[in-house]
Design a protein around this ligand. Structure first.
Ligand SMILES: NC(=O)C1=CN([C@@H]2O[C@H](COP(=O)(O)OP(=O)(O)OC[C@H]3O[C@@H](n4cnc5c(N)ncnc54)[C@H](OP(=O)(O)O)[C@@H]3O)[C@@H](O)[C@H]2O)[C@H](O)CC1
Ligand SMILES: [K+]
Length: 541
């Protein structure tokens, strides 16, 4: 389980250690220097030819960068430090100078013109705009972004923003076999508290974040600018454990421990029965994908309940184990491949039938997955949806449509600019758990502390972020598969719905990856890959 923390929690966790004199900054700098050396090695750059540019801000983030610069210079790397503030971390600057780091001082008027310091630290007259530092940037194989970390306020502005603009142009313009950008703690300009991007950001290939994961690095769209994120342990785990996280991310080992694995006493009914109302004359394949995904995720039985004989035949051709007679279900998937008014009436009819059966048997109404065409038949009353375990699986456009239809006007672009905000609003408006599909899938739900045993404490936050897929997953039918996986889990497990939704998202992404690592994949491929993927995940129990 990865927990993402905001600025306040980080400062609260770091405070006592800093007061106790623990050299956190030195440790942080050591981690950054090691990451830079790793990138140089990865690029095959010999020490003798290695050049690094460190962008240094006026706070402790810049301090991390300056100490890292000194550590690299000590090991023979040619390091320049571009100070984007007149005042920088004094000890860090002294350390960097002492180890031969070349200091480039930013002109006070904020333009990217610079003054070059001589060895005595005396600043020369301003050198022509864009010469020394841009030349150094063009020669360096690694740029280290230490302009701002969790102390940033709002979007990057002033000299830092100007430097990002120049580097972006340099990056685009210059054909260079390889250059890597390493962000210190966070890419400068990103907030630790959220995923909104409100100014220029130097996209990183790798982020070394200190002490614990920052929430902003788990939340889109910011998460897309951080590259590969690694947490540099600073020995603060107990301090962070006492802090409230803003977002959580399940890992495969968590899914393994939470997965409803059948026991010797189980039979098809105790393993959970899932009903599927999906597929139509227009999109019969959606039914096949959803049923197939549910069967291969491993529930006790799948009832295909759409009374469309032709589609039912197609499903049975692929999955003869599908049951097509009505009967009680513990969960129901509504909507994949349904698109028009007639379909929506059929959803309402099927839903009424399964509720009646549950009522007659005195059992709770089935949990519900509302996908695609069924989103518009979600009951208006949030209390109704809150009472039954309901989860919606929209993409950003469907979420915008759903909220606008319920009196909260918003468009797709605004949802995509701050998805964490809008997925939470959707939970308030609908009363259901909401899984918002995207490159990073967000799940928000009624926060409900859950102890899954085996050390899994989750749910208090009410927001989960899963990034297990790849762009290859963005293909027609992918959502049908996810709905099937999620439905099977809801039919089989009593764990909180947000957790099951995050588990489904993780398995969905991993199955797509394992179906064809790094290459194109069809939803049918990843349906086939589900059993193997699950078996592989379950080895982590
Ligand atoms: N405390 C420690 O020993 C450790 C801290 N870690 C590192 O420190 C940072 C947090 O450092 P902090 O000094 O609180 O703030 P930052 O350095 O992150 O940011 C302040 C600088 O950023 C500039 N700033 C702020 N907002 C903007 C903006 N919108 N645009 C441009 N620049 C901005 C600010 O400039 P001002 O002019 O506003 O003063 C400062 O220059 C943390 O992230 C870690 O990297 C260690 O990792 C652990 C030990
Ligand atoms: K930074």
């Amino acid at each position: 389980m990865i927990r993402g923390y905001g600025r306040q929690a980080v400062q609260a966790a770091e405070g006592p250690a800093l007061s106790a004199g623990r050299p956190l900054m030195r440790w942080a700098a050591g981690g950054v220097a090691a990451a830079v050396r790793g990138e140089l090695d990865g690029l095959g750059v010999p020490r003798s030819k290695a050049r690094v540019l460190v962008l240094v801000g006026g706070g402790n983030n810049g301090g991390d960068g300056l100490f890292a610069a000194g550590l690299l210079a000590e090991r023979g790397v040619v390091v320049s430090a571009l100070l984007v503030r007149e005042q920088v971390h004094a000890d860090g600057l002294a350390f960097a100078r002492r180890h031969g780091v070349r200091i480039l001082v930013h002109a006070p008027d904020g333009a990217p013109a610079l003054r070059e310091e001589d060895s005595a630290g005396e600043a020369h007259s301003p050198i022509p705009d864009g010469v020394a530092w841009v030349r150094e940037a063009s020669l360096a194989q690694v740029w280290v972004d230490a302009m701002a970390g969790i102390g940033v306020r709002g979007g990057l502005r002033g000299a830092s923003a100007a430097v990002v603009g120049v580097l972006d142009r340099l990056r685009q313009g210059q054909v260079r076999p390889a250059r890597r950008v390493i962000a210190v703690d966070t890419p400068s300009g990103l907030s630790a508290d959220g995923g909104v991007v409100s100014g220029p950001v130097l996209r990183a290939d790798r982020t070394v974040t200190m002490g614990a994961m920052k929430a902003g690095l788990l939340l889109p769209p910011a998460a897309g600018l951080a590259g590969r994120v690694e947490v540099l342990e600073l020995g603060l785990e107990p301090e962070f454990a006492a802090q409230a996280a803003l977002v959580e991310r399940l890992e495969a080992a968590d899914v393994a421990r939470l997965w409803p694995v059948p026991g010797p006493g189980d039979h098809k009914y105790t393993r959970g029965v899932l009903g599927v109302v999906a597929g139509s004359g227009t999109y019969p394949g959606a039914a096949v994908l959803t049923v197939g995904a549910a069967l291969r995720t491993g529930c006790g039985m799948v009832r295909y309940l759409s009374k469309d004989g032709a589609v039912a035949d197609r499903v049975l051709d692929h999955y003869p184990e599908t049951v097509t007679t009505p009967g009680r279900v513990q969960a129901l998937v509504l909507g994949p491949g349904l698109s028009d008014e007639r379909d929506q009436d059929r959803v309402r009819e099927r839903l009424a039938e399964v509720d009646e059966l549950a009522d007659a048997a005195g059992t709770p109404p089935p949990a519900l997955v509302y996908d695609a065409g069924a989103l518009s038949v979600l009951p208006q009353d949030p209390q109704v949806n809150r009472r039954r375990r309901a989860v919606l699986t929209p993409h950003a456009g469907e979420l915008a449509e759903l909220l606008s239809a319920r009196g909260t006007p918003v468009d797709r672009a605004r949802v995509e600019a701050d998805p964490a905000r809008w997925v939470r609003i959707a939970v308030e408006v609908t009363g259901a758990t909401v899984l918002l599909k995207g490159a990073v899938t967000l799940i928000a739900g009624p926060s409900q502390a859950f102890d899954g045993g085996k050390g899994i404490r989750t749910g208090e936050v009410g927001l989960l972020s899963q990034a297990d897929g790849s762009p290859w997953l963005a293909t027609a039918g992918s959502g049908d598969v996810l709905a099937g996986i999620l439905g099977a889990l809801l039919a089989t497990s009593e764990a909180p719905v947000p957790l099951l939704a995050a588990m489904a998202a993780l398995v969905h992404g991993r199955a797509a990856h394992w179906a064809n690592p790094g290459g194109p994949v069809t939803p049918s491929d990843f349906v086939r890959a589900l059993p193997g993927t699950l078996a592989q995940v379950l080895t982590l129990r």
